[in-house]
Ligand binder design. Structure first.
Ligand code: T6T
Length: 324
């Protein structure tokens, strides 16, 4: 009888162990919804996310719209919710307009982490407000990034003259904060006038023609801050088309491969590279930690690498140039 009990207990124990091994082995599907798919920033973020997914044996579902717009992003989000992934990482394309669509996902029991951009105030899990439900916000410090840009542009123009911000559109957490950080820091330079911001809808061609229009109205224009990849690329092209290379100074946010040529040719003074692969990597890791019963920080800050002529050839710097 004793022997039989022991065998039964052992058998139960084995099956319990087998059961828990199976639970740990569950292959989680983690969705990543970028701001848009055809942007080197998000392409690089995806690489980091893939690396983390591989490390923890999860599957990464990458689905996005072809432009940076809540009108096209919300249907993508709805389609992803319908597929019932275990978690959603998303770069919301508007601080307010993505709140309700994301609430639907949270109400359906899908954990939400925002990467790059935030909804509401970006302060989550406070128990107050209508947009605190995401678990974590993983991103660059965009206020700081704007301040770094202001200092660099102030230095480039000799701390005097006229500059403006080339930006996407109001309502995007990242680019709003970069502009705010830039303008706050510029208050320290009384001899610099910051002209009205030009909004380009994430269209580099529009940013290029706006540069030329601002220059036509202000022949003494000294500099421009391109607050994201397409704003910077477009503004730089506008400077070149106006024949003002080196005269109208350009500070760029983001670091696509073209930035190297632009820095080497003197068209762009400096690029502030974000670390999108790091954002993607830690996004997946945070989701995985949550899904396996661990608590996660409500925000994770990732770094910058400032690239200019003096360090662009250094391989420890060049590794932060985005993948196309
Ligand atoms: O600057 C990045 C990103 O941080 C921002 O939210 C939107 O624009 C980019 O994707 C660059 O195009």
């Amino acid at each position: 009888f004793l022997k039989a009990t022991a065998v039964a207990t052992l058998a139960t124990g084995v099956s319990a162990v087998a059961g828990s091994v199976k639970a740990q082995d569950k292959k989680f599907t983690i969705a990543l919804i970028p701001g848009l798919t055809t942007d080197a920033f998000y392409i690089t973020m995806r690489k980091g996310a893939e690396a983390a997914a591989k490390a923890v044996g999860a599957e990464l579902m990458f689905q996005g719209a072809s432009d940076f717009n809540p009108v096209t992003q919300v249907p993508v989000l709805d389609a992803v919710i319908a597929k019932k992934p275990d978690a959603i990482l998303i770069a919301p394309t508007d601080k307010d307009q993505l709140i309700q669509p994301l609430k639907k996902a949270a109400d359906a029991g899908i954990p939400i982490i925002t990467v790059d951009t935030f909804i509401g105030t970006g302060v989550y899990q406070t128990g107050s407000g209508d947009a605190d439900f995401p678990l974590s916000y993983i991103a660059s410090d965009n206020l700081l990034g704007g301040a770094i840009a202001a200092r660099a542009l102030a230095k480039a123009v000799g701390e005097k003259g006229k500059v403006y911000v080339s930006n996407v559109k109001p309502g995007i957490s990242t680019t709003d904060q970069r502009e705010q950080g830039f303008k706050d820091e510029m208050k320290k330079y009384p001899n610099i006038t910051v002209l009205e911001t030009q909004y380009n809808d994430d269209d580099a061609n529009k940013a290029a023609s706006q540069l030329q229009a601002v220059y036509a109205r202000n022949s003494d224009l000294d500099g421009v801050f391109g607050a994201n990849l397409f704003s910077a690329l477009g503004a730089a092209n506008g400077v070149q088309q106006a024949g003002q290379t080196g005269k109208i100074r350009v500070v760029a946010f983001d670091a696509p491969t073209t930035i190297v040529d632009n820095i080497n040719s003197g068209l762009v003074d400096l690029a502030i590279a974000q670390h999108p692969a790091e954002i993607g990597y830690f996004g997946v890791m945070a989701a995985y930690a949550h899904l396996t019963g661990n608590s996660i920080p409500t925000s994770i800050g990732t770094g910058f690498t400032v690239i200019d002529k003096s360090n662009v050839a250094d391989k420890n710097v060049a590794k932060f140039i985005y993948s196309d």
